[in-house]
Design a protein around this ligand. Structure first.
Ligand SMILES: NC(=O)C1=CN([C@@H]2O[C@H](COP(=O)(O)OP(=O)(O)OC[C@H]3O[C@@H](n4cnc5c(N)ncnc54)[C@H](O)[C@@H]3O)[C@@H](O)[C@H]2O)[C@@H](O)CC1
Ligand SMILES: [K+]
Length: 506
């Protein structure tokens, strides 16, 4: 499903009006009616007294249309104009005049003078995609009062105060239980904290043809369950040929685990096996290979000479590099730890192997330690799977800066480095080197635990080894990982979820 910016949305509106010839007022009527229908669906006949907070732009005008339709459906509706509407122009003035003749009850907002107990719910039609910066003047005051009222708020298009492009919240910002996104969902509704402020997001068509987004080059998408089969080939991946054998599904090499973090290697290896690849070889420090023998019976262990340390510091890159021969993919990083000279070690592996590579955890930190200058593009594809902290180190930013515009950052970084990038965290984003960004919706907070990332790295490596395109491996891996978490959380409280559960439910 397409995800647009405020600028893209304005352009889509403009093209629909100017090139297709659908009048703006028709789009507005469709928009307002859609909002009314969704509010009616949510509130039913129990909560019928609604206040509509109306701003001076088209978002406000949508709200006036919604008010008409709700009044028509039998609701008791009151418009609260945030500022004197007598100065309004264009479509807002048209809707204001219709409201007078309809008639709809209206008043101009006076801070502190609204008796909120008159209402069962509010519609936020203050600011939409035309808003800039933090809500000012009476807009800020009414948002604060509306939030404080405790009433359920349904937002038109976006919660007022939300940055529609990044998902960050201005102060103040409406906290809605429902947002009716018009025509397309917006980036800010699909990333936290915006996703939280928006509540349930329902996307309603308003007459803008979907194909127009493609024409305009919109290249951000949510991963819906339907599209996973159709567009990402999940269904086809699941169907294994009946005449297949273990050699048909690739051989994955995993370099992971050390004395204090052997579990990362275990989880990564087990996830890879459950992810479907034919053979998995786990390269690990010799000292820990003995105690771990038999723990993952399906995998082959490849002990690496480690001078008895149980870590990777004494394992020469030249020991690992030849192991990539005959492998379809490699995962490098989970639980490896850090050591003197590890960045050069990592660089040698990067330069001297031509196997598709998934880099996670310490592997990413080794790369980050060389600074933010991009490494040369490898012949074989690379998938990086940082969490926000690792991403911050890779990009030379703070974690807060990473989180402030995840979509914008991953798109630029993936394109600049020529890699597929998976930025983890609630609503994981995946960027491809050619500029596409996918937003995942599966998963839950029970997965916010040590080990989840090791499982994801192993799973993506497994899919890569099975011959999936890096984009497909990353997207399907992230989707299935979250889905496993959701299945596990259906069977037990989400706080009790473990990384091992994710593997069980894959
Ligand atoms: N024909 C169209 O263009 C359509 C537009 N639609 C609606 O129109 C909205 C966009 O409308 P507009 O572009 O008129 O803009 P908005 O309605 O989002 O903003 C209204 C006005 O508020 C003022 N403003 C901006 N930032 C502010 C701030 N921080 N504090 C206080 N005031 C601020 C500006 O003067 C701005 O023009 C969409 O979100 C959607 O709801 C829909 O009706 C579909 C059709
Ligand atoms: K709004």
């Amino acid at each position: 499903m397409y995800v647009v910016t405020a600028e893209e949305m304005r352009e889509l509106d403009r093209l629909t009006i100017e090139q297709i010839g659908i009048p703006s007022l028709v789009l507005m009527e469709n928009a307002g009616r859609a909002v009314a229908e969704e509010v009616f669906r949510a509130a039913g006949t129990g909560r019928t007294r609604w206040g509509v907070l109306v701003g001076k732009g088209n978002n406000g005008a949508d709200g006036v249309v919604a008010a008409r339709h709700l009044q028509d459906a039998g609701y008791d509706v009151q418009l609260l104009y945030v500022e004197d509407p007598s100065l309004w122009k264009g479509e807002s003035a048209v809707q204001r005049d219709i409201a007078v003749h309809y008639p709809l009850r209206s008043e101009v907002y006076v801070p502190g003078a609204v008796d909120w107990s008159r209402f069962d719910g509010l519609i936020d039609a203050l600011l939409g995609t035309g808003s800039r910066g933090a809500p000012r003047g009476p807009y800020a005051a009414i948002i604060e009062e509306a939030n404080a009222s405790g009433l359920p708020i349904a937002a038109v298009d976006i919660p007022s105060g939300l940055n529609a492009n990044t998902g960050s919240l201005n102060k103040p910002c409406i906290h809605a239980f429902l947002t009716v996104a018009l025509a397309f969902t917006k980036r800010g509704l699909e990333q936290f904290p915006g996703a939280e402020a928006a509540g349930q997001v329902i996307v309603r068509r308003i007459g803008i043809p979907g194909g127009l987004a493609d024409k305009l080059g919109v290249s951000t998408f949510t991963l819906t369950a339907e599209e996973m089969d159709e567009k990402q080939g999940l269904d086809a991946f699941r169907k294994r040929r009946s005449d297949s054998h273990k050699g048909s599904f690739g051989h994955l090499l995993i370099a992971a685990g050390s004395r204090t973090m052997s579990g990362a290697g275990v989880l990564c290896t087990r996830a890879a096996i459950h992810g479907g690849c034919g053979l998995v070889t786990w390269a690990l420090p010799d000292r820990i290979s003995g105690p771990l023998t038999g723990l993952v019976p399906e995998a082959m262990l490849q002990p690496m000479e480690d001078n008895g340390h149980g870590g990777w510091s004494a394992v020469a890159a030249e020991q690992l590099i030849p192991l990539t021969e005959g492998k379809e993919a490699m995962v490098l990083g989970p639980g490896m730890g850090r050591w003197d000279g590890d960045t050069l070690w990592m660089r040698a592996v990067w330069d001297q192997t031509d196997v598709p590579l998934v880099v996670d955890a310490d592997g990413l930190n080794m790369m980050a330690s060389s600074g933010t200058k991009p490494w040369p593009t490898r012949k074989a594809p690379v998938i990086l799977t940082p969490h926000p902290g690792e991403m911050a180190r890779l990009a030379g930013l703070t974690t807060a800066e990473v989180q402030a515009d995840r979509i914008g950052l991953v798109r630029a970084f993936a394109a600049e480095r020529g890699v597929t990038l998976v930025l983890k965290g609630a609503r994981t984003v995946i960027a491809t080197p050619d500029g596409k960004v996918y937003i995942n919706r599966t998963g839950n907070s029970g997965m916010a635990k040590g080990g989840s990332g090791d499982v994801l790295a192993g799973l993506i490596g497994s899919l890569l080894a099975q011959g999936l395109h890096p984009e497909q491996a990353a997207v399907i891996g992230v989707f299935l990982h979250g889905q496993a978490g959701d299945r596990a959380a259906a069977d037990k409280p989400s706080y009790a979820l473990t990384a091992s559960d994710l593997i069980t439910y894959l």
